[in-house]
Design a protein around this ligand. Structure first.
Ligand SMILES: Nc1ncnc2c1ncn2[C@@H]1O[C@H](COP(=O)(O)OP(=O)(O)OP(=O)(O)O)[C@@H](O)[C@H]1O
Ligand SMILES: [Mg+2]
Length: 332
């Protein structure tokens, strides 16, 4: 048994190289028990490689990691028994029914047969698939499969659940219900959640976030602290002449703006107060203006030098964001 109360995950100077490629370059962090911990970063940052080492699916080149108190290199079987995995590539058996998939998993994990039926029902009800338990998975939609994978990943009551992009490509209802399960799990079973995502609205749900870039963790903090660290408001301007606007902003206001996604973008301390001055003094016709408080997108941009959309094409829609905001409001 693990000693009294080790952290859920403890990583020290973890390195993974593939030939010339340094996929992970010495990362260190600790995840507390019961924490929802998010990993963000552009494509190729090393997120999946890190998660794979923590799950014992890839061997570290150097450094150490302990999950639920067990060493991922020397105590792989112990680690495996205490974790659940939900990965992007689905691994359900399409010829089997939902219930058969879960039973197979229960056998693989050696779950006490006496508790399997009740636990199966609990998990299938949680993901709203109890009524579908006897249908073959081949007839399931993408969202239903994902929900079933989550139910399966939780069947053996893991101490730590690893989710690599759990909600990619799902509709807003499914994404928000998956978030509800995750929160419920954290509350009822004290499960630690370690996840990667490209969706900033989902990152908001995490207790803490690490942003990874080129194999290194560039920043690690709570969503609120990260947003506060970016500080200033973001102003996005549509103009008749973006180059002239960039020059005018630099010359008249001393502001270095950039053109991102077809609009002039810059940061100032108090956006609302600044906009009237712009209209009066910019001398370049302005066609639209938007002012926003810092978001995790801004944090991502600040620390990795690119927007999440540049890093990954499937960014969340406004509808998704609205849904997530409602949910996160409900949480507070
Ligand atoms: N099995 C492998 N063999 C060789 N190189 C690999 C292997 N797995 C990952 N890499 C390389 O390691 C780097 C990090 O990849 P990784 O999959 O960890 O990124 P990621 O942050 O998960 O990206 P994404 O957001 O696209 O999923 C990349 O340069 C990738 O090409
Ligand atoms: Mg990945």
């Amino acid at each position: 048994m693990p000693s009294s109360s080790p952290p859920a995950i403890k990583v020290e100077n973890l390195v993974k190289t593939y030939g010339e490629v340094e996929a992970v370059r010495g990362v260190s962090f600790t995840v507390a028990r019961g924490e929802v911990f998010g990993f963000l970063g552009p494509n190729g940052a090393g997120k999946s490689t890190t998660i794979n080492m923590l799950c014992t699916l890839a061997r570290p080149s150097s450094g150490t990691a302990r999950v639920s108190g067990f060493d991922v290199s020397r105590e792989r079987d112990d680690v495996r028994r205490h974790i659940g995995l939900v990965f992007q590539d689905q691994t359900l058996d399409g010829y089997l029914t939902a219930a058969q998939n879960l039973r197979l998993h229960a056998e693989l994990y050696g779950i006490d047969p006496g508790v399997v039926p009740a636990r199966m029902r609990q998990m299938l009800e949680m993901v709203d698939l109890w009524d579908r338990r006897d249908q073959t998975v081949a007839t399931f939609s993408g969202g239903m499969r994902r929900r079933l994978e989550i139910a399966r990943g939780l069947l053996h009551s893991p101490r730590v659940l690893f989710l690599d992009e759990p909600t990619i490509g799902l509709d807003p209802q499914t994404r928000s219900s998956i978030w509800r399960y995750i929160r419920a799990l954290q509350e009822t079973e004290g499960t630690t959640i370690f996840m990667t995502t490209h969706y900033m609205d989902e990152a908001e749900f995490c207790d803490r976030i690490a942003i990874m870039d080129r194999g290194e963790i560039v920043v690690l903090d709570t969503p609120a602290e990260l947003k506060a660290s970016v500080g200033a408001d973001r102003v996005v301007l549509g103009t008749a002449d973006d180059d002239a606007a960039l020059r005018a902003l630099r010359d008249r206001f001393g502001i270095e703006a950039t053109v991102a996604e077809g609009a002039v973008t810059f940061h100032v301390e108090s956006g609302e107060a600044f906009v009237p001055r712009l209209f009066a003094e910019l001398n370049v016709p302005i066609t639209s203006v938007a002012v926003s408080r810092p978001t995790l997108d801004d944090v991502f941009m600040r620390y990795t030098g690119s927007t999440i959309r540049d890093a990954e094409s499937g960014g969340g829609s406004d509808l998704n964001r609205a849904t997530m905001r409602v949910l996160s409001g409900a949480r507070r």
